[in-house]
Ligand binder design. Structure first.
Ligand code: FAD
Length: 378
């Protein structure tokens, strides 16, 4: 077992760290305050090829595997979790399922503009009655000639206000209850509309909206995979996405730890740096151990994926451990900074608000436990 990154992976990590530190981190607070889709950051990532990671060059991508994508995502999240969130929805939840389940024509048409950052991707499964229970979707796709007619609406969709290309899941009524089917939907087609942008607690630079399909005609050529195979595509995509959320959580946690270490060495109370108190040291140690564990689980899930194995259990474990520990780390981060950590001009409040989402989307922590329990008790 090799716990080290390869030389190429270490170089990619160093490049991504440098890029995120210089280009993304300085604007992270402003992106959070603005609450608009962080298009400038998205374009900057596109310029260096990070919007085309894990997609082969023949489809306009930058190549690399899930491990490379994970390494970059962690570094981006460490600088700005919202920007990482945009990339997760764009690559892991949109470009990757098109690569893995699309036909040649679909890959040639949709992947190059996604990889170049000309188009923004999104993924839409969640509905009013289908949150954790994704099988309960009510959006329908009825075949009519060369098209499917889509009706329904999807809630909370990341990149919703800015997306151009969306992987959407709908049920084919004739095949119910196993009719879930995936489609590639273009946002500029008639019958598509977006609700107003949601106001959120955190991850404010990655914006969200409801997507509405009102008798929207989607060409049959845009069906992703076979009829009735949508659940398999959705679950496979979420396995990858969960590795992405683990990266996000590890990145946020690492940012908290670094900030706390610096602060604890500087801040003096009772005539000495607070870092000299065991109470503070133990919080820092627990953070470091949790981050290391979560990162190793995240690497393990990425490696399983890259080796063609079934990553479900490892991805669920990585997301669960990374996001639950991230929340605890963010809470303790504020504690270590005391009153200063509770002020809006400290980044701690942003880490704390961003951390919470990692326990909710792409399957809550409870859902990850369900996935792991099912595997344990099989
Ligand atoms: C900011 C944000 C971005 C999102 N982005 C997207 C996106 O891009 N695309 C998309 O399709 N969706 C997206 N979602 C939706 C997200 O994946 C869901 O919110 C999430 O899966 C939980 O569903 P729910 O909100 O309906 O909660 P519910 O399913 O109603 O769950 C409520 C609570 O009950 C618990 N619970 C539910 N069932 C069980 C059970 N069987 N056992 C134990 N506990 C249970 C849950 O863990 C949770 O604590 C996003 C959500 C948010 C908040």
């Amino acid at each position: 077992m090799d716990f080290h990154l390869t030389e190429a992976e270490q170089m990619l990590q160093a490049t991504a760290r440098e890029f995120a530190k210089n280009e993304i981190e300085p604007v992270a607070a402003a992106v959070d305050r603005a609450e608009v889709f962080a298009m400038d950051n998205f374009k900057k990532l596109a310029e260096v090829g990070f919007t085309g990671l894990a997609i082969p060059a023949e489809y306009g991508g930058s190549g690399g595997d899930i491990m490379s994508l994970s390494i970059v995502m962690e570094e981006v999240a460490r600088a700005c979790a919202s920007t990482c969130d945009i990339v997760d929805a764009h690559i892991s939840l949109c470009a990757r399922p098109i690569l893995l389940y699309g036909n040649e024509e679909q890959k040639k048409k949709y992947l190059p503009p996604l990889c170049s950052g000309e188009k923004v991707g999104a993924f839409a499964i969640t509905e009013a009655e289908a949150g954790s229970d994704i099988a309960n979707i009510k959006t329908t796709a009825v075949r009519d000639g060369d098209d499917y007619v889509l009706n329904g609406s999807k809630l909370f969709i990341t990149n919703g206000p800015a997306c151009d290309t969306i992987v959407v899941f709908a049920g084919i009524p004739d095949l119910a209850p196993r009719g879930m089917t995936a489609f590639i939907v273009e946002a500029d087609m008639p019958g598509f509309s977006r609700g107003p942008q949601y106001e959120k607690v955190g991850m404010k630079g990655a914006t969200n909206a409801e997507l509405v399909f009102d008798n929207m005609r989607v060409p049959a050529a845009n069906r992703l995979g076979e009829e009735g195979k949508g659940m398999k595509i959705c679950l496979g995509t979420l396995d990858e996405g969960r590795i992405g959320i683990a990266c996000q959580a590890v990145g946020i946690s690492q940012a908290v730890l670094e900030h706390c270490v610096e602060y604890a060495k500087e801040r003096k109370q009772f005539g000495k740096p607070i870092a000299e108190n065991q109470a503070i040291q133990w919080m820092l140690v627990d953070m470091a151990c949790q981050i290391e564990s979560a990162r190793l689980l995240m690497y393990k899930a990425a490696r399983i994926m890259d080796e063609g194995g079934n990553p479900s259990r490892a991805a669920a474990m990585a997301k669960l451990v990374a996001s639950d520990s991230c929340m605890q780390i963010a809470v303790n981060g504020i504690q270590i900074l005391g009153g200063y950590g509770y002020m809006m001009d400290s980044p701690m409040q942003r880490y704390f608000r961003d951390a919470k989402l990692t326990q909710i989307y792409e399957g809550t922590s409870e859902v990850q436990r369900m996935v792991i329990a099912r595997d344990l008790l099989r």
